[in-house]
Design a protein around this ligand. Structure first.
Ligand code: URA
Length: 237
């Protein structure tokens, strides 16, 4: 049974401070299974109790899993003193204290970014050991060749000697391709193309595992993942 203190549940699910949650509980704004509870330490079964705040149901979610269509110019971080971060794009009702991006996209990279407060999940998605491929659409400043695809397939050695795992490169046009990698080294795709003399003009992540960037999610917008989408992420592609 998932027993938790009432003030902890109210504070985490409504994204308010523990102090404010306690005040609200004392003032009788919270009911559990239809009964007003003023004891802030009251133990509640978070998965089954019906909790209401000012008569509105508080749905308990241990973790939150969000998908963002990242715009250019936004930092992949939880907070920053001066620059806008991806977590700043999370709408107020979905805000939680520990939300963080799952891995990083460069500031000028766009597309699919997951945001969650489930650290173990994030680690699993990022870890190369999980074999979850991330797919990117790339526009380059030069011409692609069959040899580039072959080199990617063998595993590129970066200029500093770092060895990359085998990657998949599908050539879509003279300077356009889709690339899949299952690791996330610093600026990896840009550096991989750099080794064959190509610069990256545009980079957009379009897929993580079996989850494609939702077509109806406008750039800069963020929403909760459905249970099905969440399952799709870890499907090996
Ligand atoms: N590779 C890069 O070079 N940049 C990104 O943002 C993601 C992968």
């Amino acid at each position: 049974m998932n027993l938790q203190r009432l003030d902890k549940i109210i504070s985490s699910q409504l994204n308010i401070s523990r102090k404010l949650a306690r005040n609200d509980i004392h003032r009788g704004r919270v009911t559990v299974d239809g009964v007003t509870v003023r004891d802030t330490a009251f133990q509640v079964c978070a998965d089954s109790a019906v909790i209401e705040y000012d008569g509105q149901a508080v749905s308990y979610k241990k973790f939150l899993y969000l998908v963002l269509n990242k715009p250019k110019g936004v930092l992949s971080a939880s907070n920053d003193k001066t620059r806008q971060t991806v977590v700043d794009l999370v709408p107020e009702p979905l805000r939680r204290p520990d939300l963080a991006p799952v891995g990083r996209l460069d500031r000028d990279t766009t597309g699919l970014l997951l945001i969650t407060d489930d650290g173990a999940f994030a680690h699993k998605i990022i870890s190369p050991k999980s074999g979850i491929f991330k797919k990117y659409r790339v526009l380059l400043d030069g011409s692609l060749t069959k040899e580039t695809a072959e080199a990617f397939e063998k595993g590129i050695t970066l200029t500093d000697g770092t060895q990359c795992l085998p990657a998949r490169l599908e050539i879509l046009g003279e300077s356009e391709a889709e690339v899949e990698i299952c690791e996330g080294k610093y600026h990896q795709i840009k550096r991989m193309f750099g080794t064959v003399g190509l610069g990256v003009n545009e980079l957009c992540r379009i897929k993580i595992g079996g989850l494609a960037l939702p077509e109806d999610l406008p750039v800069g917008f963020c929403r909760e993942l459905t249970a099905e989408e969440l399952e799709n992420i870890v499907k090996i592609t």
